[in-house]
Design a binder for this molecule. Structure first.
Ligand SMILES: O=C(O)[C@H](O)[C@@H](O)[C@H](O)[C@H](O)CO
Ligand SMILES: [Zn+2]
Length: 285
């Protein structure tokens, strides 16, 4: 990425765009609008945009081998069948915390679905603290709880050798690393890899690139940053024309493009007028 091009490619204004994911087989980008309670499938080549409305805030979506999707919806894991727009619940979490909802999630290198929860926000980034947990959905639909006392469970990914799990609890302003055992999904030895600076603001979604470097979406920081997990240093900053940058993933031909989601919830009229593309999806190439 020596000379960088940033384009707004999907102009529908989402409330909280999140969980972008490239579906290679279809050549489509999947993503959710959390508070808009929708899952989207968008084909950049044809610009065809499909939507499924769901009955609760949807934090994340992931692919299944069978062609359907798994969603982290409200306080449930569900299977989404696109053809009949149906969601079937397969597991519940946080049943003692009716104000909680799922947030970001991702499939690990062993095919398990990791997703975390948080208390519903009173306004963006304002939550009752310590209410969330990080969960793992296994193939047999049983659920493991990795840890609790999370403020806003957010971005995650795994190192290319599968030995490290990277995780963000947004209000800690930190990107953390754990040792990872891909045979058992065990995590251990939590440490801070990178602490966000003032201008970077809140860490939100993240993804890893083919060189093993991490890309972090900076909510209210208007940028994505590239972190070297070996040195814990910021090695690149890419600014976007909106402040509420929420998540990122690689996709497109040979995964050579980065798609970045954004949000529009929580902006007053003046702020929204200054950044009319808030809530859109950007392509960085
Ligand atoms: O998208 C998410 O992860 C949360 O649901 C959002 O509400 C914000 O990003 C959060 O407030 C900032 O961390
Ligand atoms: Zn997020």
């Amino acid at each position: 990425m020596s000379s960088i091009k940033i384009e707004c490619v999907m102009g529908e204004k989402l409330r909280i765009g999140e969980s972008p994911l490239w579906e290679e087989k279809e050549g489509t980008l999947l993503f959710v609008d959390i508070t808009g309670q929708k899952v989207y499938r968008w084909n950049p080549a044809s610009n065809n945009l499909q939507t499924v409305s769901v009955e609760a805030p949807v934090g994340s979506v992931a692919l299944r081998n069978s062609g359907s999707y798994v969603v982290a919806l409200g306080n449930k894991f569900g299977i989404l069948k696109w053809e009949d727009q149906s969601v079937t619940t397969i597991a519940h979490v946080d049943e003692d915390k009716p104000n909680n909802r799922f947030n970001d999630g991702k499939v690990d290198p062993g095919g398990r679905f990791f997703a975390g929860t948080m208390a519903q926000e009173l306004q963006p980034a304002v939550v009752e603290r310590n209410q969330g947990s990080l969960f793992v959905l296994l193939a047999d639909h049983s659920v493991i709880t990795h840890f609790d006392k999370v403020d806003i469970s957010n971005g995650m990914d795994w190192s290319l050798d599968h030995k490290t799990f990277f995780y963000i609890d947004s209000l800690s302003y930190s990107v953390d690393a754990f040792d990872y055992d891909v045979t058992t999904a065990n995590i251990s030895n939590r440490r801070c890899l990178y602490r966000l600076g003032k201008e970077e603001c809140l860490p939100d979604g993240m993804c890893i690139d083919i060189e093993g470097k991490l890309w972090i979406a900076c909510y209210n920081g208007g940028r994505v940053i590239r972190i070297d997990p070996e040195t814990g240093k910021n090695i690149q900053t890419v600014k976007l024309p909106v402040d509420k940058v929420t998540s990122c993933c690689f996709g497109g031909k040979d995964y050579s493009e980065m798609y970045v989601t954004s949000a529009s919830d929580g902006m007053d009229d003046q702020w929204a007028a200054r950044q009319p593309q808030s809530g859109c999806i950007f392509k960085v190439s």
